[in-house]
Design a protein around this ligand. Sequence first.
Ligand code: F6R
Length: 242
Amino acid sequence: MLIETFDNEEALASALAERLIDAVTRSPRLVLGLPTGRTPIALYRELRRRTREGRIDWSDVHTFNLDEFVGLGGHDAGSYRAYMQAELFDHIGLDAAHIEMLDGRAADLALECERYERAIAGLGGIDIQVLGIGANGHIGFNEPADGLHARTHVATLLPGTRDANAALFGGDPARVPERALSMGMGTILSARHVVLVATGAEKRDAVAGMVHGLVTPTLPASFLQVHPRVTVMLDRVAAARL
Ligand code: F6R
């Protein structure tokens, strides 16, 4: 793992945006894995700004998001699809046909998970997977457990995760769906390069466990220790226990 610490989340977002844009410039057909949540807001703001100012061509890039709530589709305000459209997709000129997200309203969720795995494989896999980390050490919605799913699956969200997502649902954790579709650990670990971003004090312990602890399903992000190419980008606060 390569660990990098930045003075603040703006500096981190700026560095990562620059690297992603460099990667797109070098490989216009890049396949990117993307997270939602609070952490990537600054990154997406920076990508929008740089795209506006720099005429970056995203038209051949493909994206796959990590997860989506079960029962929600693009027109639901709390969906990750709606978040992605508002924060990034509506602004940078991606081809809509190149944007892949799990469909939380699919009639057959198991089939939808299989479709997603096939779509990723069909494009030759993910080149760069950007990740956040839950305060409990989850990545995607692979929650701490006795065992983890290798592939895209239906995940049951822990109460803390529903609390952390309440802002998308008018601040009411009870309105956060109990289940989500999520890439599995193997899906994530198959990406050629993983970039995990963490900012803020509530991530300190999870980050320390991920970097220095045992590889354990009770802290799913610890599995990144076995991946050959992981970059961990932290602000000083999230790095405090390293
Ligand atoms: C979101 C996702 C989650 C988040 C994590 C951190 O697509 O897969 O693993 O990255 O819960 O969320 P924030 O950034 O809101 O602290």
